[in-house]
Design a protein around this ligand. Structure first.
Ligand code: FES
Length: 122
């Protein structure tokens, strides 16, 4: 089970609200690059696929926990898990290639004045 799912279940009985969390500045992620950030113990891979076009997904493969942030980007919007080759759409988190079949969490990204924010709902 993905950590974001576990985290939400732990907080099941608490009121949650979406919030913006600053994770980096745009200068921190080169075009075509990525970084790993951490919010409340959840590691998230943030990709800059084009100039100022950012996407963020949980850094854990739904197949067997592979570190997606260490994977390669393929066809612009797909990240390949370095462990067994499953692929995910970094725009939506949808699993695209077996052995991965369960989606991962994708996080909305907002850029304001050069700062990169993720929206999380826990
Ligand atoms: S851990 Fe990612 S494809 Fe198996």
């Amino acid at each position: 089970m993905l950590r974001t799912t576990l985290y939400k279940e732990e907080r099941h009985n608490k009121t949650t609200m979406s919030r913006l969390v600053k994770v980096a500045e745009s200068k921190d992620i080169l075009m075509g690059g990525k970084i790993i950030v951490e919010i409340d113990g959840v590691e998230i891979a943030v990709f800059n696929v084009d100039n100022e076009q950012y996407y963020a997904v949980e850094d854990v493969c739904s197949h067997d926990g592979g570190p997606l942030g260490e994977g390669e980007l393929i066809d612009t919007y797909q990240v390949e898990c370095p462990r067994h080759g499953g692929r995910f759409d970094i725009r939506t988190g949808q699993a695209l290639v077996m052995p991965a079949f369960e989606a991962i969490e994708a996080f909305p990204v907002t850029v304001q004045n050069g700062d990169i924010f993720l929206t999380v709902d826990w």
